[in-house]
Design a protein. Structure first.
Length: 332
């Protein structure tokens, strides 16, 4: 290394006597990763939206607790009757209003029926009603809302008129009157599911309609229309998948709403009728003797509260997992 001076500049200039070595030049050289045909680096794969949502959901510990808890409750409702030596219709003539014992794990009612067997059957019926109402209600809301927005004009006006008309109908009294007519028949639970779903889809349909109005004019929907794709197929294949996050969240929350509605109706004697039973029926029966014979009330009330808590945990987890702006699920 030598130092020279220029005549018109007093500052020294440093000149290198040799070329930079490979040790010096090495870190300055950056190798770009090989890019595959799809635009991704070699060795990586594109994650589907379903995989991303599942990962975000599983990172949410509260949501996982809710899912595991709800699955355990469902398993208990399905296999619980085989654990008890009593059925929910059997009457023990020697045990009326008996506290929990070895013979009756959760005690008996004033009619001599086993509280454990009744709670298992009530949990099973309430779960059936909640899931059935949620599935049917979401299907009706998605169909009516999407078709009304897609067709527009007269179809949309008629659909909105029907929705507004049903919103002012006192659904509680209609369900109460019709459910009492079925009595304790075998189809009473199915009738209750149809009534709750038939009078609970209107608000969800309005939301689906609003979201469909923003989707139906997008390029891929217009392209499918010009390719003469049938309208039902366009709605099912191109529109509904893009609002699936709303439908999933709505269905999850509808489970809790349906269970609460059934419990309220059964509590007042308008829901599931004897000899059938549900959590609402048991709570209504046990609240009269809650102070003196608390085991009749505590068992179904605990099952109902636990189920609703787990459902809310799942709903919150799905909402955060499906919302790309939420940070609770972490990065995919």
């Amino acid at each position: 290394m030598t130092t020279t001076k220029q005549e018109d500049n007093d500052a020294p200039r440093v000149e290198l006597d040799r070329e930079p070595t490979s040790e010096l030049a090495g870190p300055l050289v950056t190798q770009l990763p090989e890019v595959a045909a799809g635009g991704l680096p070699v060795g990586t794969r594109r994650l589907s939206r379903r995989t991303i949502v599942a990962r975000r959901f599983l990172r949410n510990k509260t949501a996982v607790v809710g899912l595991v808890g709800y699955v355990l409750l469902a398993a208990f409702a399905v296999f619980g009757p085989s654990l008890s030596p009593w059925t929910y219709t059997q009457i023990d003539q020697t045990a009326f209003l008996k506290p929990p014992s070895e013979a009756h794990w959760l005690g008996t009612t004033q009619a001599g029926r086993d509280v454990f067997a009744l709670t298992v059957e009530g949990l099973r019926k309430s779960m059936m009603i909640g899931l059935g109402v949620a599935a049917l209600q979401t299907a009706i809301a998605a169909t009516v809302g999407a078709f009304a927005a897609y067709y527009g004009r007269l179809f949309d006006k008629v659909a909105l008129w029907v929705i507004d008309l049903l919103l002012v109908v006192p659904s509680f009294f209609v369900i109460a009157i019709l459910s009492v007519q079925t009595g304790g028949s075998r189809g009473s639970v199915l009738m209750l599911i149809v009534l709750l779903a038939g009078l609970g889809w209107m608000l969800s349909a309005r939301v689906v309609r609003s979201m469909t109005l923003g989707i139906k004019n997008l390029e891929y929907v217009t392209a499918a229309k010009y390719m003469s794709v049938p309208t039902p197929r366009i709605i099912v294949r191109h529109i509904l998948p893009n609002i699936s996050s709303l439908l999933i969240i709505d269905a999850t929350l509808a489970v809790a709403s349906a269970v609460l509605a059934e419990t309220s109706l059964s509590f007042f004697g308008f829901g599931v009728q004897a000899p059938e039973t549900s959590l609402g029926t048991l709570i209504g029966e046990g609240q009269r003797t809650a102070a003196t014979y608390p085991w009749i009330f505590l068992a179904p009330a605990t099952a109902l509260t636990t189920m609703l808590v787990f459902i809310n945990f799942i709903g919150d987890g799905l909402r955060d997992a499906l919302d790309p702006t939420s940070k609770s699920g972490g990065r995919a």
